[in-house]
Design a protein around this ligand. Structure first.
Ligand SMILES: [Zn+2]
Length: 199
């Protein structure tokens, strides 16, 4: 976050970044997104975002609100708690965005169309019931998508979806497949700066 600030970027939620991506506004901005809605983001990232005056988007798994990363268990990933409804509302009231990440963190391209659509729509509806706001942003679990899946995301009523192409977004990008750069815990400052400036 410090390096974003030093490089002159304003960190914003995806929703707030959209006018910059589509060219209605000009400025040096970076969309900050987190997948999975973990409590560790609530505990560790929220205070830092506040310190820098940044906002961010978190993509929540609607059947694991107050739960954990059940979907990671078969892969041997350590358990991590997901935010509960109250924490999600606090995330929202701190100025951040609530985005969707399916009901069960599924591989959308592997599901029958009807089930994939249900995963998209029910997640949106549940998050909207919790927040009282329209949920417009979506991220594909595992980055798993294809033409059919992108069409279902649009049909479920989302306006923008983050994929896993690793580069900066441009106005010409498909809003159902916006690229994103990953920031990892073992990225050095130099790695991070290079990603911000070069990709
Ligand atoms: Zn995820």
């Amino acid at each position: 976050m410090g390096w974003l600030k030093r490089l002159g970027y304003q960190g914003l939620s995806l929703r707030e970044c959209m006018p910059y991506i589509t060219g209605q506004k000009a400025g040096k901005v970076a969309a900050i997104t987190f997948d999975d809605g973990f409590v560790n983001v609530y505990q560790n990232a929220m205070p830092v975002l506040r310190e820098f005056g940044f906002t961010a988007t978190n993509f929540f798994v609607s059947n694991q609100i107050g739960g954990s990363n059940e979907w990671d268990r078969p892969l041997g990933v350590l358990p991590a708690a997901c935010m509960d409804a109250d924490q999600i509302r606090q995330w929202l009231s701190a100025g951040h965005e609530v985005g969707a990440h399916t009901m069960d963190h599924v591989h959308l391209s592997e599901l029958p169309e009807e089930q994939a659509f249900e995963q998209l729509l029910s997640c949106k509806e549940k998050l909207e019931a919790i927040t009282g706001e329209v949920v417009d942003s979506f991220a594909y679990p595992y980055g798993d998508q294809n033409d059919k899946v992108r069409e279902l995301v649009r049909k479920a009523g989302y306006g923008v979806a983050g994929g896993t192409d690793r580069r900066r977004a441009a106005g010409s990008d498909d809003l159902m497949n916006l690229p994103r750069l990953t920031v990892r815990r073992d990225d050095t400052s130099l790695h991070f700066i290079a990603k911000c400036l070069l990709r």
